[in-house]
Design a protein around this ligand. Sequence first.
Ligand SMILES: Cc1ncc(COP(=O)(O)O)c(C=O)c1O
Length: 400
Amino acid sequence: MFFKFLGPKIFGDSVSIPDILDSIPESGIRRLFELASRQKDVISLGIGEPDFDTPQHIKEYALEALNKGMTHYTPNNGLKILRDAISEKLKKENGIDADPDKNIMVTVGGNQAFLLALSTFIRPGDEAIVPSPYFVTHAAAVRLVGGTVVEVRTCIENDFRVVSEDLKKVVTSKTRCIIISTPNNPTGSVLKRKDLEEIADIAVEYNIKIISDEVYEKLIYDGAEHVSIASLNGMSDLTITVNSFSKAYAMTGWRLGYVVADPATVAKMTKFQMYLAACPVSFVQYAAARALQDPRSRAATESMRQEYQKRRDYLYKRLSNVDGLVVNRPMGAFYMFPRVDFEDNVFAEKLLSEGRVVVVPGSAFGTYGRGHVRLCYATSMSNIEEATSRIERFMRSLRK
Ligand SMILES: Cc1ncc(COP(=O)(O)O)c(C=O)c1O
């Protein structure tokens, strides 16, 4: 007997991956970029990656590794020197005590971690609670392993911070995890310590795991505090923390991230990795280990952060005054997620064809992204200035 389960077919306990793949929609982000590539003089606030180059000293560490002949496979869980450096960083900056041999695994970007982690404990029919709007990979990874995504609404009025009461209402006997992202993509929201304590209480009470996506931890504004939920009481064994070198060090193309979790989860993920990528690129791992120990890296991250904050301030100030937009003040990452009170796909297509600005329709990020668009300010100030002027003109034309 088989039955339809959110699209894919499930046979007894086995899930058909081809059917799941067919059921997952193509990214709404990609479609817009295809449209944009056919038009001239377009400013993109679409792509979610740093516009800065990787700091020079990190590139030099990679060259040093190549010259030393570090061109071979590494252990499946990553180079020991990198796991050691990550462990030190976690202790110093995140209040997390992690054994480099048991609790840490290096991954091919943060993105790879979600599928690997979820595949260690999600079975067909299990539920993962995901505050929505969400980062696209979170939901896709849950579906790919045969799980069900249970969306919980977050809204602009509460700065897109999830309310623990809302989480509690959807916990069932099938709930296995909650996936949080702070700072958040696509909204830029940052969860406060109190929010995280309340989420931790739910995890402990119902014995469910938290997957905590912290890839934007360094990009945080106005003196807000980044809190790692794994550092809270009783949470170290219940939390799978995901981090990455992509955003903090402008290293998206280097594809390097890491996971911190309990030993059993790390062991299973490492087994999966053996058959998947074997390991992340060896000389990239070496460069990252050295980068973590080099004070120049912290300085480089801080100067990028300051620049993002300037851009956010500018964008927020100008867009706050535009009729027809309800703007949030993002506290982290490099995204703003205004409400447009318009069907978001139509809005984004019209803004592209008439205003020549690329933004991403909010519905690409789940049910509760509808009626919003994502603006990424990881682009030059002059682009942001011109894009805002175009958006202002476009919004005036909409109201005529
Ligand atoms: C919230 C979030 N998590 C994880 C990632 C994955 O980044 P990477 O695979 O480059 O480390 C991204 C990338 O955009 C992101 O926005």
